[in-house]
Structures are given as structure tokens and as C-alpha cells.
Design a protein around this ligand. Sequence first.
Ligand SMILES: Nc1ncnc2c1ncn2[C@@H]1O[C@H](COP(=O)(O)OP(=O)(O)OP(=O)(O)O)[C@@H](O)[C@H]1O
Length: 357
Amino acid sequence: MVDIVLDRVTKRFGSQTAVDALETTFGSGQVTCLLGPSGCGKTTLMRMIAGLEVPTAGRILIGGRDVAGLPPRQRDVGMVFQYPVMYPTLSVAENIEEPLRHDRSVSGGERAKRVDEMLDVLDMRDLRDALIDELNTGLRQKVAVGRAVARHAEVVLFDEPTTNIEVDAKLTLIRAIKAVTTRLRQTIVYVTHDQTEAMTLADSIALMEQGRIVQQDAPRALYAAPRTRFAGWFLGNPGMNYLGTEVRDGAVHSPMLAAPIPLPGGRNGQVVLGVRPEWITVGAGRAEGEVTDCVIGIGGRRLMTVRLGREVVRIKCSAAEAVAPGGWVRFSVPPDRVVLFDDKGEAIAALTQGVPA
Ligand SMILES: Nc1ncnc2c1ncn2[C@@H]1O[C@H](COP(=O)(O)OP(=O)(O)OP(=O)(O)O)[C@@H](O)[C@H]1O
């Protein structure tokens, strides 16, 4: 197994910096998801790892080896793209086997074994002899996954492989990718702007904004303890609530808190209190606001929009707890579910809480 080390990797297109002095490691045998808004540099970074784009500055090391100057073929990197290239007149099994035929180190017996392994883990045994032309886009993409990983490359790169797939087939494909990555423990870099996909697949999420990785953490840690307001907003549906909150006598005062939270450093003034909609407890508390909207979400949960003074708070709750628009609701937040941010939008480290379950 190999890790991927990025050593101040930069890519500029003219005056535009697409990737900005990235310095990090993508763990060996792990799935790292590159997540971020459109244009933040995910694909460019991926293409540099693959050798399809040359960095303007910095080094990329795969398994300790500087890959500068190595063409894509010599990098031992498999790839799955949005639009896979396949042989329409060959069967599923033949398509998976095809790249292995070019590898002299893989014997005929070994090839057959790997094709069987792929059909098995992708749950495609029944489709072994089906032609690619007969498959829908979701199944074709599964075959593309099989082709890319059957080579047993040390590194496999996925560039938004589920983008063109219908919703139902998407879940099946994600499950298949999860099964493959868990079984083979290759080092995976997976580009997506779909946070659910990243939360499902990733051992580690590298959240990108404007060519930089702003936070790299396990999905649960990134979700529970965002280090910036951007991270709190980008993850979650909807993202974190942010409320301007007063600091007085060395403590944070908010009607949402049962008691003030002491703030080290003796600062006074304002901080921003961040809280996720589902972390708010409904039914009791000092905060009371008017419900302006209430909609049904995933699993029958309700998303209420509540006016609290001049602020707007979104709250996720059960159907039984929900209050119709025009009604009033009381609510509170436990102190260990609060993230405080300074005026630059950075979490106040001393108060970043542990990762709640
Ligand atoms: N070949 C190129 N020439 C000029 N600019 C480019 C080129 N490739 C990418 N860029 C620019 O670099 C920035 C990063 O692009 P990139 O495609 O890497 O982002 P992304 O995060 O993958 O976006 P998306 O999610 O939309 O695919 C963008 O501003 C883009 O316009």
C-alpha cells in the first residue's frame, strides 16, 4: 500500500491559481474524498496525481516516489471518469479483463481469477456475458469501476463517477464502490461535490475551497467540529445555523444556552455561535421564536424556520415536535453541541468540542 504526499503542489492557468500550495497526505489504503464547490480545484488536483496535468510548482510523491516526469502509464494509477470509455461489442467480463491483457505480469489464470473477483464484489455475476450496449449507465459505470480496480493498481482515482447516473442506480453504484474499496484497500482519491457520497465512502474528507484544502478529517469529525464557517455551512442540509452572540464578563451569552459558556482569554465583544439544525432541542428552553415555515424532509423529519429576534434559526425535529407556521416554539442547545467562531470565520480552538456521537 502507498500514500500520496502533496508537497506545496500548485497549479496556475495563466493568472488563475486552480490549486494553491497544497500540503497534505492522502492515507495509504484509505478512501480520501475531495469535496468542494464547483471550480475549487478538485479535478485539477486529481489530474496532476494521474499525470494528465503538470504542477506549476511543488512535488507529488506516491509511495515515497516523486512522480514528476513519470507519464500516466508509469504511475500505477487506475482511473474512473464521469464518461467511461468501454468496448461496446465486448461482454462485461471481457471489458474488465481487457486492461489486464496488456500486463505481461498477469497470467491467464490470474486474469480469470481477478475478473471473477470483480464480478463477485460488484454483484454482477449474472451479467458476465452481457454486452456493454445492453446495460444502463449505472451498470456501465460499475463495469468501469471493475476495470479500474482489477489491475490492482496501488492508487485508484475516481472523478465524479456517479454524476450521470439516475438516483436509484446511484445508490447501487455507491454501494458497489464501497464494497470494492473495502475489499481491496487500494489508496483511493474520489472527487465529488455530493456530500452524502463523501460521507458514505470516505475514511477522510479533504474539503476544498479556492484551490486550498481548508480541512481534512474523518467525515464525522468534519461534520461535528468544522474548523471554519465555510465547512459548517458546506456540510449539512441545510448547513449550520450561525448566530451573532455576545461575549460578556468572559462568557458567551445566548438565549439558546441554559447557562453562559466561559470563554478563555478574557475576550469581550461578539462571536458567532454555530449549531446544526438537528442538534437543537425543541419544547423547552429560554429561546422562543415564531415559526415562519415548516416542511417535511427525509424520513418524515420536519425542518422548521424560526425567527428569533433579528436572527433566523433552522431546526430539524420530529413530526410530533413540529409547530405549524404562525405558532411559537421554545428551544435550546446543549453546550457541547455548539461551535464558536471568531470574526474571521475560524473556530475558536479552545472551545472546539469533542466529536459527539
Ligand atoms: N485547462 C484549464 N485552463 C484554464 N483554466 C482551467 C483549466 N482547468 C481548470 N481551470 C480553472 O481552474 C479552476 C479549478 O477547476 P477544476 O475543474 O479543477 O475545479 P473543480 O473543483 O473540479 O470543479 P467542478 O466541480 O465544477 O468540476 C477553475 O476556475 C477552472 O476554471
